[in-house]
Design a protein around this ligand. Sequence first.
Ligand code: ATP
Ligand code: MG
Length: 365
Amino acid sequence: MAKKDRPLKKLSPKKRLRRIGELVEPFRVTSGKRFRLRDYDPDDTRGLVSKEEAQEYLKTGVALLAEMQDKLYAQDQWGVLLIFQAMDAAGKDGAIKHVMSGVNPQGCQVFAFKAPTSEELDHDALWRTSKSLPERGRIGIFNRSYYEEVLVVRVHPEILEKQKLPRSLVTKRVWDERLEDIRAFERYLSRQGFLIVKFFLNVSKKAQKERFLERLEEPEKHWKFSLADAQERKHWRAYMDAYQDAIAKTATKDAPWYVVPADKKWFARLVVAGAIYEALAKLKLRYPEVGPEKKKELAAARAALMGEAKSAVRDKRRPVAKTRVVAKRRSLSRSSTRTRPATMAPPAPAEELAADTGATAADES
Ligand code: ATP
Ligand code: MG
């Protein structure tokens, strides 16, 4: 992306989409044919020259995402599942935090999956993640997911040993079978109206080492460091092979993978935001159409509200009304010492007034 390009927010929606599409397309995998993880450079930035430039893009991308999420929520038909997988310190948490920073928390759910509990091990492998799938109208984020069943479990066969599968079912084909099941599960979800977008944050072994060393040097990052993470580096090759196979066998048009270059965090975040935006744009989301019945209801509500205002003005002018209010005030003060009659109430706080008029904080920004 060259500097001369017009800023994203100044482009028409169609052109914006094309620009974002150009940026994310090289990292999208929709078929396993010819997929080679080693063809993807973790340090790629597609010619974007600076972090500042990328941040400008990201800001626009995040604002656009918020707009789309509002429509997704209002329409309440499609659901979105975003899956984040990566080696340690690849920047999953940061990407989720930055990319989703502009969206309404009510329409978004994040779940992190660690080593399974004994209750989880008592169920089938997809049980725990199925319980956390997003509802229609919402964006669900899985920070790690059922893919761990073909990644960490594959790299460490001792984990598979601890799973309570009947021995006769654990054959050489176990990984192929799991991948086949995941593919079928995702196809089922997409046929149910759930859009799935999967991200592998592709960090290099070298960049991971630098980030681990950084964590050791900065006291506020110590909590993030564990010796086990450093030891896991010994299995790097096995992990890459497992990722290669998992991506190749589960990349489809309905549930694409994005192999996101993650050595530059700022670029990774931009690709993630772009990919989500592009996926949502394909849903052609719109605010629900209001039918003639609903329009009548809205007109009636408006007339009632306007009528309220007019009668309030009339009441103010009529002296009789005053006596009525006084009478009411007397009866109220007799019946309860705690209830403050409406006529004596102090002015409502600003936020109540805003709520009354339907205004929100977002309206102000
Ligand atoms: P952080 O960036 O904070 O390190 P994280 O996602 O690595 O985030 P951790 O608590 O460090 O979180 O690690 C969770 C661990 O749980 C990972 O090592 C992951 O491989 C493991 N895990 C997740 N799912 C499974 C599973 N089904 N079976 C075994 N281990 C799992
Ligand atoms: Mg970890």
